[in-house]
Design a protein around this ligand. Structure first.
Ligand code: GTP
Ligand code: SPV
Ligand code: MN
Length: 596
């Protein structure tokens, strides 16, 4: 091993690993990222020169860039994502599994010589606030400057991570090679026992930014099971009430089902005038620990937003629009004649006469044959630029969670909001969550599937054990949060959303807040405690009582059918399904049979 390699960092094991990766990939050009603004600037400059990034309008979108990905590489690939635990049984029925040895034998040739003549970026990053006892270090080795730049936005990257690592700290290793992006040679592999990630053949966010889903959910969920905490696919938000008291919510919704939007919610005028306010702590991932005070405390391990562009507008999510005005990388959006980013929903109609679509084709703005922006096009932006970011975003200890939200995209059956009867019933609601699939992953869209706790694609171990972990956490948390279920996506007979959503969703949060204080009414239903129309604050809401009623309705007959489908879902987990969940299912059957 050349001396220059051993001296890369002060951390001996990291130096050794850098050298091993260099040898495997055949690079002689190793660059250690420091996370400075100058470094980000030189990375983006080089990518512009190399045609990987295009600068956007420098006046209206300073330091913003467009990246067009390979058209075959636009979303997470669940079919090619593997949990490589030593024992197949530990991956469970919901994950793809390969043995660690077979995986390495398969992938080593794909990494071998993959970086000859290329720069190998060593990206140290910290997941969690600086100084947080809950923060963890990762190191991603990648040949992609797009990944290095994006990791600089999405995490606390560079020097700060090496400082946290010291000379012998623990870290999660990630090795990523772009190769030719051939989907047939794409593998996203996790070795939970070794705290290791190997990703090859994709440059897309969740497949390639290894701090995000790969570490902060798949590897971290396995760590959390071992260590008695929780790594969840959850937004974090702060609701301030008219008395100035703050309530913190954590919310698990599947991919592209509204986490970013809820976290950045702008309170409608009539309610803002009453003193309600929402601020953002996180939009995708939460790490939750039991605090010394007996409550559950959450940090957002990320430092940026990798948000869905389509549907984001000054009306639906003004905070996101403000966040992405500078220092943002847009991936697979369209661009206008004035070289500004555009996507479906940003404005009612595309501006100007022509747009360049996400594939780089110039098309008349009137062309409706295909979307201009890829449906899973994204923005990568620093959280610090978000006007609604909470001062607690950087708090080392995190925020105390009073309520957990669960939710999905359900066109029918599931009411706007319901409260779980208790922790175990809440775990049942999480375990049976279902949602229509979206563009965030490759595969069919709009298909209803069970996505427990929005973790189906992200749990790093057997999901039956994961349910058991949730149940056991209820016993470990002396003051557990209340659990609620929401559905912003119920539709009427014409296929229109019953509920206006977005900022109006705060009305559901307000009901929950009042419920926590014992001030709000509810009806017991098969699904949970559901507010009557009269318990929802409708000041300034432009919605008929009939539509609100329909959004809140629970039909015992529909839940009898739902129970049958849950039976099938539960059968997958065999004897690793906790008996408590069978009891909960029987109780659901009992309630729907008695007509509530
Ligand atoms: P990931 O980043 O993939 O995990 O997604 P996410 O859960 O953060 O979803 P996001 O907030 O980006 O929303 C996804 C899509 O749903 C966007 O097109 C939003 O405009 C739309 N959406 C979000 N909230 C609502 C809502 O309350 N009602 C309706 N009708 N659509 C919504
Ligand atoms: C999701 O798909 O849930 C995302 C985007 O948040 S990704 O980083 O690709 O996972
Ligand atoms: Mn997500």
């Amino acid at each position: 091993m050349p001396d220059s390699l051993t001296a890369f960092t002060d951390h001996h094991a990291l130096n050794r690993w850098i050298a091993e990766c260099a040898e495997l990939t055949g690079t002689t050009d190793i660059y250690l990222c420091d996370g400075s603004a100058e470094e980000a600037e030189s990375l983006s400059k080089k990518m512009v020169t190399d045609g990987i990034l295009e600068p956007l309008n420098a006046e209206t979108f300073p330091n913003c860039f467009l990246h067009r990905s390979d058209p075959r590489d636009v979303a997470r690939v669940e079919d090619r994502t593997f949990i490589c635990s030593p024992d197949e049984g530990d991956a469970g029925p919901t994950n793809h599994w390969m043995s660690p040895d077979a995986t390495k034998a398969l992938l080593r040739p794909l990494f071998a010589s993959s970086m000859v003549g290329k720069t190998m970026y060593v990206v140290p990053y910290l997941m969690g606030p600086v100084g947080s006892p809950f923060a963890k270090v990762g190191v991603e080795i990648t040949d992609s400057p797009y990944v290095a730049l994006s990791m600089g936005i999405m995490t606390r990257m560079g020097r700060v991570a090496l400082d946290a690592l010291g000379t012998n700290g623990e870290f999660v290793l990630g090795l990523h090679a772009t190769n030719d992006l051939d989907p047939a040679n794409r593998y996203i592999c996790h070795f939970p026992a070794e705290r290791l990630i190997w990703s090859v053949g994709s440059n897309y966010g969740g497949n390639a930014l290894l701090g995000k889903k790969c570490f902060a959910l798949r590897i971290a969920s396995a760590m959390a099971r071992d260590e008695g905490w929780m790594a969840e696919h959850m937004l974090l938000l702060e609701l301030t009430d008219p008395e100035g008291e703050k309530t913190y919510f954590a919310g698990a919704f599947p991919s592209a089902c509204g986490k970013t939007n809820l976290a950045m919610l702008v309170v409608p005028d009539a309610l803002a005038a009453q003193g309600w306010r929402v601020r953002t702590v996180g939009d995708d991932i939460a790490w939750l620990h039991v605090g010394a005070d007996g409550r559950l405390w959450a940090i957002n391990p990320e430092a940026g937003f990798f948000g869905v562009a389509p549907g984001t507008s000054p009306k639906t999510n003004p905070n996101a629009v403000a966040t992405v005005q500078s220092n943002t990388v847009f991936t697979n959006v369209a661009v206008t004649e004035t070289n500004e980013p555009w996507w479906e929903g940003l404005t009612d109609t595309p501006p100007g006469e022509f747009l360049t679509d996400w594939r780089g084709n110039v098309r008349p703005a009137s062309d409706t044959s295909a979307p201009f922006a890829q449906p899973n096009s994204r923005f990568t932006a620093p959280a610090s630029q978000c006007p609604s970011i909470s001062p607690e975003f950087d708090a080392p200890g995190g925020v105390p969670i009073a309520a957990i939200l669960l939710g999905g995209r359900r066109r029918d059956t599931v009411p706007l909001v319901a409260e779980a009867f208790d922790w175990n019933h809440g775990v049942f609601l999480g375990a049976v969550m279902a949602s229509e699939t979206t563009a965030a992953a490759e595969g069919a869209k709009g298909v209803l599937r069970r996505d427990p706790f929005a973790m189906l694609p992200f749990c790093g171990y057997h999901m039956g054990d994961y349910f058991a972990h949730w149940l056991s956490m209820g016993k470990r948390i002396p003051t557990p949060p209340a659990i609620f279920h929401v559905n912003w996506f119920r539709r009427d007979a014409d296929g229109k959303f019953l509920w206006p959503g977005f900022g109006e969703n705060v009305r559901a949060l307000i009901w929950m807040r009042e419920r926590l204080r014992g001030n709000a009414g509810a009806n017991t239903t098969a699904f949970g405690n559901v507010p009557p129309v009269s318990a929802i604050n409708t000041d300034g809401l432009n919605l008929t009582a009939e539509r609100l009623e329909a959004a809140l309705a629970v039909s015992p007959g529909e839940f009898a059918a739902e129970a049958d489908s849950i039976e099938t879902h539960f059968a997958r987990f065999g004897d690793r399904l906790p008996p408590e969940l069978r009891k909960q299912l029987a109780a659901l059957r009992g309630r729907s049979a008695s007509g509530v």
